[in-house]
Design a protein around this ligand. Structure first.
Ligand code: NDP
Length: 284
């Protein structure tokens, strides 16, 4: 039976570390500040934004929410980003995605100052991740790595398979595993022999967005299985991409959904905002 890697436990530890550092910064008169922009009325986005604000309060950051109506124009949104780029008390800016379809996500991401881009979506930060010389890591893949480290799992030399190649999760996830000397395969919707490839994985990361996509016959005995997926079933219940009940019998480690990678993403956002506040004040 697999050992459970609890995102609640690991994220609590990360947040406690961030809070302790935040307290030290406050003694120097610096309070990290995160601005969160939300456009429109997407209920899932509202939940994410509320959770981010709650996490800011927990670690002692200032958070500012900018809730804009669905009718916001790109010009208005870019003006707000520009203002926040210039605002000294704000160290991190994030624009909750997805944006309403009339707004260009790329233009907004590109407008956020790379120094305040705590989601690490700006092309300049993406490039830095590629060459392994970065200030911010994208929150979800960084959260997965944190869980791997917390559990004492060695990546070097392991066969790592990432299912999914999005810019937000799959690609940076693969890059972080590569930086730790994993032998990495990225799978996607055109991959042939997916089952065969996955069943060779020592470390398997699922970031597909389909409930129960990873079945036990795709998993090697003793593999580490990290489930990034968040899917809402018709019943309203949340589940990941992995058939948890069957796979936990084969894996050595597994992350649950909920309570796995999800809480890590927010904890890593706090860590990035702290890093941004330190960098803005010339603190190593
Ligand atoms: P995307 O939809 O952007 O990417 C999904 C990926 O899965 C694509 O690369 C796609 O391939 C691949 N895929 C789809 N179908 C198949 C298939 N049949 N076989 C193999 N690969 C397939 O999603 P995201 O990366 O943004 O998110 C993935 C999941 O992670 C979602 O459930 C999302 O909700 C969750 N998520 C969770 C977070 C957290 O905090 N825990 C944060 C971010 C996301 P192709 O490129 O060929 O289309």
């Amino acid at each position: 039976m697999a050992k459970l890697i609890s995102g609640k436990e690991v994220s609590a530890r990360v947040k406690a570390e961030v809070k302790a550092e935040c307290d030290r910064l406050k003694e120097k008169g610096i309070t990290p500040g995160l601005a969160v922009i939300i456009v429109g009325n997407d209920p899932a986005s509202r939940v994410y934004v509320n959770n981010k604000k709650k996490a800011c309060a927990e670690v002692g950051f200032v958070s500012e929410e900018y809730a804009l109506p669905e009718s916001t124009t790109e010009e208005q949104l870019l003006e707000l980003v520009d203002e926040l780029n210039k605002k000294d008390t704000i160290h991190g800016i994030l624009c909750q995605l997805p944006l309403p379809s009339h707004l260009d996500e790329k233009a907004v991401i590109n407008a956020i100052s790379p120094e305040k881009d705590v989601d690490a979506f700006h092309p300049s930060n993406v490039g830095k991740i590629m060459i392994g010389d970065y200030t911010f890591l994208p929150c979800t893949p960084a959260g997965v790595m944190e869980m791997i480290h917390f559990s004492g799992i060695e990546v070097s030399g392991k066969n790592c398979v990432v299912i999914g190649r999005s810019n937000i999760v799959g690609k940076p996830m693969a890059m972080l595993l590569l930086h730790e000397n994993g032998t990495v395969t990225i799978c996607h919707s055109r991959t042939k022999n997916l089952k065969e490839i996955c069943s060779q994985a020592d470390i398997l990361v699922a970031a597909v967005g389909r409930p129960n996509f990873v079945t036990a016959d795709m998993v090697k005995d003793g593999a580490v299985v990290l489930d990034v997926g968040i899917n809402r079933l018709k019943s309203g219940k949340l589940c990941g991409d992995v058939d948890f009940e069957a796979v936990e019998k084969k894996a050595s480690y597994i992350t649950p959904v909920p309570g796995g990678v999800g809480p890590m993403t927010i904890a890593m956002l706090m860590k990035n905002t702290l890093s941004a506040a330190k960098a803005a004040n010339g603190i190593e």
